[in-house]
Design a protein around this ligand. Structure first.
Ligand code: GLN
Length: 384
């Protein structure tokens, strides 16, 4: 018998994405749950990856990421957000956005401190905070449109608050921050010692002519922020797990102390492929918003022929749907029922909340899928 063990993460089970994907596979459901594209990455990227391996880029990359990729990220950051970032002291390549979030929290948050998260929030935030011995303070987004109530954020800040975590475009809700949001955020944080972790992994998937409001556009915010971005969403390769974090030198130095002992370094061949892709094909990330907007529009139009009501989506590749015309089950039970009985898998919102709003009947569907997949899902949803 092993010695008795008390879990460090009593609230945590297997992630809802893994649970729902396994259930989808078991019941041969159309999987619109876990967020991943079912189409391939751009051909030049795949070719670049194969070439990097054939050319022998197969040993450890530098701990911080290869210089060519960090320089390409710096150039893209300047081009997109007008900010000069130093590729040696302010950019670190990580093995996915989830690693980056864990590293950032552990680099700066101490036991007994508080970290503010805005509910619903992505499921990896709170476990990172808990393992750091800190306390997640949950401030709800407005349940009508998932906008931020900045007054409530301000009121949640205490002398123990070390970090505020934000996410735009937002997973699971598809809302985005406006320039006014960034202004309010800057005003609220100005008199405080609060750092920002800005999860911007869907930065290029923004719709209807809006621009992505990165914290990097606001110098006084950039000076206190870790900005996490990921190539998986932009380049249809979520399984490669390559991301990066931009932060001022002092924050980056602490971030790297953690990164070097979590993964040490990130998959080398893909870094060469992304460096080349960023430099040679900026049209890919420039065009990805329009690409997903067309998918959003076609999917929402077809959803309107079912009993599911699509909510507005301003960014990312998730469609929230209201199922109150179909069922009064809570979202966890409904998602299981929909998979097992109707053959379509969705993600419930409850796991993204400390306290889900009573009576909320929403689930998330991923539209990063080829038309045949989305149509197969719609055909089944029509029968519900
Ligand atoms: N980011 C993906 C989503 O929101 C899931 C990633 C994961 O499975 N951990 O669906």
């Amino acid at each position: 018998m092993p010695p008795p063990l008390e879990t460090k993460l009593p609230k945590v089970g297997t992630t809802i994405f893994t649970v729902m994907s396994a259930l989808a596979a078991e019941h041969k459901a159309v999987n619109l749950g876990q967020g991943f594209p079912d189409f391939p990455p751009p051909a030049p990227l795949v070719e670049g990856l194969s070439r990097a391996m054939a050319e022998g880029k197969n040993q450890y990359a530098p701990m911080t990421g290869i210089p060519a990729l960090r320089q390409a990220i710096a150039a893209k950051t300047k081009r997109c957000y007008g900010r000069d970032v130093n590729s040696d002291t302010e950019i670190t390549v990580t093995s996915g956005g989830t690693e980056a979030i864990f590293d950032a929290v552990h680099a700066v948050v101490r036991p007994g401190e508080e970290v503010i998260v805005l509910d619903p929030c992505y499921d990896c935030y709170e476990p990172a905070i808990d393992l750091a011995g800190a306390k997640a303070v949950h401030v709800p987004l407005d349940p009508r449109d998932f906008s931020v109530d900045w007054q409530r954020v301000k009121e949640a800040i205490t002398p123990r608050t070390r970090m505020l975590m934000i996410n735009t475009p937002h997973n699971p809700c598809g809302s985005v921050f406006s320039a006014e949001d960034m202004k309010r955020l800057a005003e609220i944080l100005r008199p405080t010692r609060v750092l920002v972790l800005s999860d911007e992994v869907y930065e290029h998937i923004v719709f209807d002519g809006h621009r992505h409001e990165s914290v990097l556009r606001t110098p006084e915010l950039a000076e206190r922020s870790f900005v996490v971005s990921s190539f998986g969403k932009t380049y249809h390769c979520t399984g490669w797990k390559i991301a990066y974090t931009i932060a001022p030198p002092a924050l980056t130095a602490e971030f790297r102390k953690v990164h070097q002992y979590v993964t040490f370094t990130t998959f080398n061949p893909a870094q060469w492929a992304f460096a080349e892709m960023l430099d040679k094909h900026p049209e890919h990330y420039d065009g990805i918003g329009a690409f997903y907007q067309a998918k959003r529009d076609a999917f929402a139009a077809k959803l309107r022929t079912t009993k599911f009501r699509p909510l507005p989506v301003a960014g990312a590749y998730f469609q929230l749907v209201d199922y109150s015309a179909v069922s009064d089950l809570d979202d966890l039970a409904f998602s299981r029922w929909l998979t097992i009985e109707k053959g379509v898998t969705a993600i419930p919102l409850a796991p993204f909340y400390e306290t889900p709003p009573a009576g909320q009947r929403l689930v998330r569907l991923c539209f990063a899928k080829v038309d045949a997949t989305l149509d197969a899902g719609i055909e089944r949803l029509r029968k519900v």
